[in-house]
Design a protein around this ligand. Structure first.
Ligand code: LLP
Length: 401
């Protein structure tokens, strides 16, 4: 695997900045982006970084400098993108279940908008008619993604306008002369199967003739990365070949751009989460290694049963034993059950891999614990990009008589 931070580098940054600590490796983000660009190698294709995976503005700047566009899932993400200097033309706002006011704000900021309900589309039509081009998010009724919680395109999903409501959609569009320029689908996260994208494209191909002003087809994100050794990842080169071939087979798409919104693919492997073992507890069931963190910092194992590779940075040559790695949150807060690791001692530093996407971003102050610091490694040197919380952060915004 290329662009991996060594144990020595991680120990050095943890020594300097303390733990728990999120560490991101700029070279890895850049190489993932370049891999996408090279695989598709086609000027019709545009990538929008799904910044919900990791919104630290320093990370946004790294991708902006590469020429990547940005996909946002709230108006505040849109504002962060504009704050770091993205051109509104390169900012996409794919909303879900939002107040119409946010759509109005997005319009006034001049960004690209995907609307995901008939109700908001109707309000948009009533207010703006054909004056502002807009995209619609469709629900293709395809089951895809690593687990049900991250599957978004199936027939019970809250996302998008169901394709079976095409008639109603077309009625609203024609009633208000809405200028639909983009058709969007996003079927889930952790998708390893290239055919899922082809299936989605085929659903869209059937309805393209109804949208004469179309300029792009937006296939969302969801590219799976490997979380463990031998874990299948999406084959990006095969995906590119299949998608481009499918588009080439349809004359109606010859002037259409193809958009993607990758999150995990760009930042998951760039991230490392370093924690310290506070307490070892031998029990008849297992040996617990309790770290100075919890699901308030990395929720994926508890929320999705996600697997994160763990290594003992402090004792890599130790004799292998099994440990159950737990957090300090006052709930069953478990990162991994019975995980073989080189002997773990109190004070050892453990690293969680693949922590770049939906790690810090989904963190909270539950149990009134501080959020961790974030560090970015660029050309071998480390820089603090977010301070660790301090006590005042817990009080910020609270009012007293
Ligand atoms: N586009 C849209 C409209 C999305 O909803 C998402 C993710 C993406 C793009 C990017 O998907 P990605 O390439 O990152 O798979 N917190 C979960 C993942 C939730 C994904 C939500 N939507 C996790 O940690 O697995």
């Amino acid at each position: 695997m290329e662009n991996v931070l060594s144990h020595a580098q991680l120990l050095a940054v943890a020594e300097e900045y303390g733990t728990p600590l999120y560490v991101y490796h700029e070279d890895k983000i850049v190489s993932q982006y370049q891999r996408l660009v090279k695989a598709f190698n086609n000027e019709k294709v545009r990538f929008f970084y799904a910044c919900k995976a990791l919104t630290n503005i320093n990370i946004l700047k790294v991708l902006k400098a590469q020429g990547c566009n940005i996909d946002c899932s709230s108006i505040n993400e849109v504002k962060l993108a504009l704050h770091v200097g993205f051109d509104p033309k390169n900012v996409l706002y794919t909303s879900n279940g939002i107040d119409f006011e946010e759509i109005e704000t997005a319009r006034s900021l001049g960004v690209i908008i995907n609307i995901d309900s008939l109700s908001n589309l109707k309000k948009f039509g009533q207010k703006f008619g054909s004056s502002y081009p807009v995209g619609v998010r469709l629900r293709p009724n395809i089951m895809a993604g690593g687990n049900l919680k991250i599957s978004t395109g199936h027939d019970k999903s809250k996302f998008g306008i169901p394709v079976d409501q095409l008639d109603q959609l077309l009625d609203i569009i024609s009633q208000h002369q809405i200028n639909i320029t983009n058709l969007h689908i996003h079927t889930g996260s952790d998708i390893k199967d290239v055919d899922v994208f082809v299936k989605g494209i085929e659903v869209l191909f059937e309805i393209i003739p109804h949208f004469p002003n179309l300029k792009s087809i937006d296939l969302g994100g969801g590219f799976k990365v490997a979380y463990k050794e031998d874990d299948p990842a999406i084959d990006i080169e095969a995906l590119a070949a299949s998608v481009l071939e499918t588009f080439a087979s349809n004359e109606l798409t010859k002037d259409l751009q193809i958009w993607f919104e990758p999150g995990k693919f760009l930042v998951s492997e760039s991230g490392y989460f370093v924690t310290k073992v506070n307490v070892l507890k031998e029990t008849s069931a297992t040996t617990f290694a309790g770290v100075n963190s919890g699901f308030n910092h990395l929720i994926r194992p508890m929320f999705y049963d996600a697997y994160h590779r763990i290594a003992n940075l402090s004792n890599p040559q130790g004799e292998e034993k099994e440990y159950t790695i737990t957090g300090n949150i006052c709930e069953t807060d478990t990162f991994a059950w019975s995980r073989p690791l080189p002997e773990v001692r109190e004070g050892d530093l453990l690293v969680f891999y693949n922590a770049g996407a939906y790690g810090f971003e989904m963190s909270s102050n539950y149990n009134s614990r501080f959020k961790p610091a974030e560090v970015l490694i660029t050309n071998g040197s480390a820089r603090l990009i977010r301070k660790r919380d301090v006590f005042e952060d817990l009080l910020r915004g609270q009012l007293v008589d």
